[in-house]
Design a protein around this ligand. Structure first.
Ligand code: GLY
Ligand code: MN
Ligand code: MN
Length: 470
């Protein structure tokens, strides 16, 4: 792993921002471990993925790392704990950075072997006002910190004072990560391009394989392989989440995975897949006819979802709230449901009646977006900080306390992903049964509106058909 001086400065700047926040809160120390290695089965681990918070502050992707930031008095000091050099282990698992090289490579002030963690941590915690660490994302960390704090208390006769308060470090980091800096935006743009190319490749492969007639039939896993090929070919490390490749009715299962169902001419295929690049996600959904031509019923629903996405995009801009795209998309979807008879007008009335009754949830049961960044469902508060909670009714009529949703600001990244999913049911026109459609793009909020990061794969039905004919 190499970190250029430019990149190193980005992480140093983020650590300095945490140091300033700690000082502003009265001074203290922050602790942050990376993610553990996770065994898959005997002698085999899941592919290693660093913890996003840890990587955000270090750019270091080896397992076994801990970052400590001390911010008291005038200084801010960063200390890294990492795996020691070990020739035997490096022969099997690869080169380790090691504590000696870490300060020059990562820009931290000091580094130690992680083997010294339990000995050093009580020393570092002693005489700090407060300790900050992630409360909810690292199981067992709270007890580990308590154990170190007990050791500090045991040294009171040697003059050691124990921190008197504990705070959730994620509260600071979530807010920072919500606003992407220019380095992050350039990686997100590139991740979006790679994922778009993968979707193009899968669409083209689908039509070509059906035209050519594959032995054993075209299967969902064939298209999954096309996605993976393009991700890896362009340098992505892994998919950002498990790809969904859903043939026909499988698209109505929201968390379906790519399986072995055959894709037939005349069916739709829904692909929800995005690559991870240098620690950043992308998240695209396209729904296309397996053979390249929409049936009239498919096209009708497709155009409704597309119009809903366009309505959502139009209100994805600074000053609007996070919920506004969802509300805009939902209105267009409801209009379409009433027009097509998915929701008969005689029974369900007008758009506002359907919004109030919630009947649309039979066909549209998820939200229209989520923050995206290092994690595909990224961190960040969905309600406006500092606002007051009000009593509202939830979908089931129960009282809940809700804060007004977040005001969109430049640098935030959200997905925009409306859909319609029609399971067979009495009173639902049969022509629409088993059609599941979602369209999803990633949007960076800019000064005046939004930049769609994933539009190098077509979205309009005519453009998808043209691409697949080609
Ligand atoms: N791919 C996960 C999502 O769209 O939220
Ligand atoms: Mn998504
Ligand atoms: Mn998705």
């Amino acid at each position: 792993m190499s970190t250029s001086p430019n990149t190193m400065a980005v992480y140093a700047k983020r650590r300095a921002a945490i140091g300033r926040a700690l000082k502003a809160a009265g001074g203290g120390i922050a602790l942050l471990p990376t993610a553990p290695e996770v065994p898959r089965n005997r002698d085999s681990d899941f592919p290693y993925r660093h913890d996003s918070y840890f990587y955000y502050l270090t750019g270091f992707s080896e397992p076994g790392g801990w970052l400590v930031i001390e911010a008291s008095g005038k200084t801010v000091k960063s200390t890294l704990f990492c795996r020691p050099k070990d020739l035997e282990r490096e022969i099997w698992d690869g080169i380790r950075l090691g504590p000696k090289a870490a300060p020059a490579q990562l820009g931290v002030d000091e580094a130690f072997s992680v083997d010294a963690l339990n000995q050093k941590m009580p020393e570092l915690l002693a005489n700090q006002n407060a300790v900050w660490f992630p409360f909810a994302t690292h199981p067992g960390l709270g007890s580990q910190v308590d154990g170190w704090l007990d050791q500090v208390r045991a040294r009171v006769r040697q003059g050691a004072e124990c921190p008197t308060s504990q705070h959730d470090l994620c509260k600071l980091l979530d807010e920072m990560r919500l606003f992407k800096d220019s380095q992050e935006v350039s990686i997100l743009r590139r991740a979006g391009k790679i994922s778009a190319a993968a979707h193009v490749r899968a669409m083209q492969a689908s039509a070509a394989m059906l035209r050519a007639g594959v032995k054993g039939g075209l299967r969902e896993y064939h298209l999954d392989a096309e996605l993976l090929h393009e991700f890896r070919r362009q340098g992505s490390e892994f998919p950002a989440y498990t790809s969904i490749v859903a043939a026909g009715a499988n698209a109505c299962v929201l968390h379906y995975r790519a399986g072995d169902t055959e894709l037939k001419a005349g069916q739709l295929c829904l692909i929800d897949a995005g690559c991870e690049l240098q620690g950043y996600a992308s998240d695209i959904t396209r729904t296309f006819p397996a053979d390249g031509t929409f049936s009239p019923a498919q096209r009708r629903l497709y155009d409704i979802v597309h119009a809903a996405q366009e309505a959502a995009i139009a209100v994805t801009r600074p000053g609007k709230r996070f919920n506004d795209p969802h509300e805009a998309a939902t209105r267009v979807l409801i209009e379409g449901m009433l027009e097509t008879g998915l929701l008969p007008k005689a029974k369900h009335g007008k758009v506002d009646d359907v919004l109030a009754s919630g009947a649309y949830r039979q066909f549209y049961m998820h939200r229209t977006g989520h923050w995206m960044g290092m994690d595909v469902h990224d961190c960040g508060d969905y309600s406006e900080p500092g606002s007051k909670a009000r009593e509202e009714k939830d979908a089931t009529g129960q009282s809940v306390m809700r804060k007004p949703s977040r005001i969109l600001r430049p640098g935030m990244v959200t997905t925009i992903e409306p859909g319609i999913y029609v399971r067979p049911a009495k009173n639902v026109p049969k022509e629409f049964w088993n059609i599941g459609i979602r369209i999803e793009d990633d949007a960076l909020i800019t000064a005046k509106g939004c930049e769609l990061l994933t539009r190098e794969v077509p979205v309009a039905a005519d453009e998808i058909e043209a691409l697949m004919r080609g």
